[in-house]
Design a protein around this ligand. Sequence first.
Ligand SMILES: *[C@@H]1O[C@H](CO)[C@@H](O)[C@H](O)[C@H]1NC(C)=O
Ligand SMILES: *[C@@H]1O[C@H](CO)[C@@H](O)[C@H](O)[C@H]1NC(C)=O
Ligand SMILES: [Zn+2]
Length: 409
Amino acid sequence: MRSSVLLLTLAALVAAAPVAEQQVFTAPASSSLAPPTLSSLGLSADVAARFQEHIDSLPERRLVKLAEDAEPIEISEGEKALLTFKGVKFMDVTDEVVLPLAQSKEAFPTKLTYDAKFLKPLFKKIDTNYMKEFLTKFSSFPDRRYRSASGKESQQFLLKTLKDIAKTNKKVNVSFEEVVHSWGQNSIVARFEPAKWHTDAKLSEKIVIIGAHQDSTNMFPWLGAPGADDDGSGTTSSLMAFSALVNSSFSPSTNPVEFHYYSAEEGGLLGSQGVAQKYAAEGRQVRSMLQIDMTAWVKSGTKPTVGIITDFVDPDFTSFLRTAVSEYTTIGFTDTLCGYACSDHASWSKIGAPSGFTIESTFPDSNKLIHTTGDKLDASPEFSFEHMAEFSKVAIALAVELGGGASLE
Ligand SMILES: *[C@@H]1O[C@H](CO)[C@@H](O)[C@H](O)[C@H]1NC(C)=O
Ligand SMILES: *[C@@H]1O[C@H](CO)[C@@H](O)[C@H](O)[C@H]1NC(C)=O
Ligand SMILES: [Zn+2]
């Protein structure tokens, strides 16, 4: 999630933040389309000096967009930290080619093929203890920044975990690809191939993508970034769905199904744009792309719900998502808005892939501790593994509904 949450409640932040963070925190002013300058942030001299040091260390020029219809502006890699600090969402378009996918529009079904009863055996494999064990490790890296050494280590840990899961069942045909980026932390693709015995059936090359982002950030570039909710939770929900499908010997019968774990979402959707552009250049086609970014938080006093983002998404796929969430989760959905460049689905929308986005709640009720050292899984009872499990169900359901469930029948 690219936080546009400017109204970090001070009380919540103070409760969770270490002393250093409390002392320097200044409520960010509302965003404007001009990039913020260091002097406009009203920081203490100490903190401003640390920001300046960070900016000086990363002078590479980048082009970023702050709104759909705005012209790109030039800033340095280091100056992105000022955008993150202010909660301004941005897309890094420096390497943008915008090659659209070569594919025709395909409608989404208005009725589901299966139902919750059919998928119950898979849902039973969702293990919140395992999810907690994985996320505890994943959020224990000092940070998962896309340019840092620990960001590279956390990526290798995630890849190894996925490969170990795939190895548990010789009957599944899962292939892995690391999409190599210039900054160090690679994006990961885990692909369920349709089985050979399906080749007589009506096979499509259009890929069903389930996405999450593996990197994390902090509004202060020198502090740790546990990123338990953003987007450790979505990564975990997705990984649990992947595991349940592996353990069920799932082999898609109509469309290939891919689980994507993007690098550098927090750097301006860099990893997902890289993967999307690669796919377009290779002539691949996409049936659907679902982004799962932040799945853990149930704000105190609110009813658990699946937030369905309705802007910068495909309306037809989003209607299908509502139908699937109603059938396959126990909590239903609530529509909500997220804004420009909110998460990696935007990289796919841009090239014409039908994309959608599910999130932990309505956007206003989402976790306000993201991009701080307080984004931890034990931050509050509001951090819920049962809630995360509902998003695993959605991912499993999409894989089976759109990838084809003949292997499970
Ligand atoms: C599914 O997981 C269970 C529990 O780990 C294991 O005993 C079983 O062998 C797995 N099944 C397959 C087909 O991998
Ligand atoms: C797995 O899928 C790939 C790509 O379709 C295929 O070449 C390979 O033979 C498959 N392996 C098995 C064991 O089915
Ligand atoms: Zn995120």
